[in-house]
Write a protein that binds this ligand. Structure first.
Ligand SMILES: Nc1ncnc2c1ncn2[C@@H]1O[C@H](COP(=O)(O)OP(=O)(O)OP(=O)(O)O)[C@@H](O)[C@H]1O
Ligand SMILES: [Mg+2]
Length: 451
């Protein structure tokens, strides 16, 4: 079974999930990082305060510096100071002077700030002499990442939900599209549109759902054909019943007047036999059409079978010749004596019936590598070329008026074709060059295994 849809879903879900988590992770960490720096103007403001403090410090006016710091602290509701640091090594000699030069007491205004600090960090602007520092606890108004809480909810809950909803919609449409088409087709079919087809509506999809659509199409066309042929069969049968029933009515009327009229009693009997035959043949035809049974059950010898049929035909048509050209044996595996016998009988009886008295019907068996070919060639009028296919349709008669007077319903070849197909064979008819019809039957010597 084709597993395209399975692999497609696997690919979408496996790669999609990994890509999805990676994208959410990247988006969250980038946003967090972006939010973790002080705003540009806040950085400039802190540096400007540092420079102001530095100017006051180097002017030597400590009182002014204290007053300025007080004002700043009050205004920004924070703590600020100017502090000196004198690093003095107690153990070990400092090798790396850079550390001493770049030593800080607080955080640089350019550094990233952790968004989860409970209290605001102390920021620092180092004076030119590198040992004096302006320190200020970051004013609350400058604290970055004010909206980080909301951003986190959006990035970790809302965006994933939206993305997953979009994926779900795409997957749903991908799967439900064909199922919806199938539903519409089923509805149309149930409303009597038997030629409905789904697979062509799915474009060039080739997955499991396309297979389902194909199976549906096959089922719909098979059931559609069955329903149409059943209707046709019922209509034809009702039509055919009218003639024998009308004759029965007449015979019954006549019997009312003369109950002892023998010929009328014979007529009633004959017509009821005809009706029974018509019913039985139609039912067999319907069964063969609907069930398409495989009737391969028994081994048989075609020569024996044809001998019996030919003997009966000679008896029935004593004024016609029938010539048989058979090998000694023609064994056939897993066939069906009864069906094949009936089919051959129908074909040979037709040939005898259409062959004028005194003329000959030839029946031959030829063995090919995989099949037998049985030819039934008569010397009758043949069939118009454009009707050669139609003679295998139920109730088809070339000359309806003449045939009905011969009590033939046009079911013989239709039945024969289905019976031959039920044992794995084929039948066709062609006109002979010398005049007359040749019916050719092909039967496989060995049945193909039913796997
Ligand atoms: N050997 C033949 N030569 C000429 N026409 C034939 C021959 N066999 C069949 N046909 C034509 O095909 C039609 C259908 O044949 P089919 O055997 O199905 O019906 P039927 O013989 O008319 O009736 P039924 O077989 O039901 O008694 C015939 O009515 C006839 O027109
Ligand atoms: Mg017939």
């Amino acid at each position: 079974m084709n597993r395209r849809l399975f692999w497609k879903l696997c690919l979408i879900i496996v790669t999609g999930t990994v890509a999805f988590f990676y994208a959410i992770y990247m988006l969250t960490s980038r946003t967090e990082e972006g939010m973790s720096y002080l705003a540009e103007n806040d950085q400039e403001q802190l540096i400007a305060w540092g420079r102001e403090a530095e100017a006051l410090y180097f002017a030597g006016d400590q009182e002014a510096l204290i007053a300025w710091l007080d004002t700043l602290m009050e205004r920004e509701n924070t703590w600020a100071a100017v502090v000196e640091s004198k690093l003095h090594s107690i153990a070990n000699h400092p090798d790396d002077q850079r550390y001493y030069k770049s030593f800080r007491l607080g955080r640089s205004v350019r550094w990233k700030i952790h968004l989860y600090f409970k209290t605001n960090p102390v920021m620092e602007v180092t004076f030119k002499n590198r040992s004096t520092h302006f320190l200020i606890r970051l004013p609350q108004r400058m604290r970055p990442g004010v909206y980080w809480g909301q951003a986190r909810i959006i990035l970790q809950i809302v965006v994933p939900m939206l993305l997953l909803a979009i994926v779900a919609i795409i997957l749903y449409r991908h799967i439900m599209g064909p199922l919806r088409q199938l539903q519409l087709a089923t509805r149309s079919f149930s409303q009597g549109q038997f030629d409905v087809q789904v697979s062509q509506r799915l474009g060039n999809r080739k997955d499991e759902l396309a297979e389902l659509a194909n199976t549906f199409d096959q089922m719909a066309s098979r059931i559609g054909e069955m329903i149409i042929s059943q209707r046709q069969l019922i209509a034809d049968m009702s039509h055919e019943l009218r003639t024998p029933l009308a004759r029965l009515d007449v015979a019954v009327e006549m019997l009312r007047c003369d109950p002892a009229n023998e010929s009328c009693i014979d007529r009633v009997e004959h017509e009821s036999q005809q009706i029974r035959k018509l019913m039985e043949d139609t039912l067999t035809l319907a069964w063969l059409d609907n069930e398409r049974p495989s009737l391969n059950q028994e081994d048989l010898d075609l020569v024996d079978l044809l001998d019996v049929v030919i003997r009966d035909a000679r008896f029935e048509f004593p004024d016609r010749e029938i010539a048989a050209n058979f090998p000694e044996y023609a064994p056939l595996e897993k066939s069906n004596n009864r069906s094949l016998g009936q089919a051959l009988e129908n074909i040979i009886r037709n040939a005898m019936r259409f062959t004028p008295p005194g003329r000959c019907v030839n029946v031959s068996i030829q063995q090919h590598s995989r099949e037998y070919q049985i030819n039934v060639a008569d010397e009758g009028p043949g069939v118009a070329e454009d009707l050669l296919d139609k003679i295998f349709r139920p109730f088809f008669r070339e000359d309806r008026a003449r045939s009905s007077s011969h009590n033939s319903f046009g079911l013989g070849l239709a039945l024969a074709k289905r019976q031959i197909e039920a044992v794995g064979g084929q039948v066709l008819a062609r006109n002979r060059d010398v005049g007359g019809l040749q019916v050719e039957i092909y039967l496989p010597i060995q049945q193909a295994s039913s796997e």
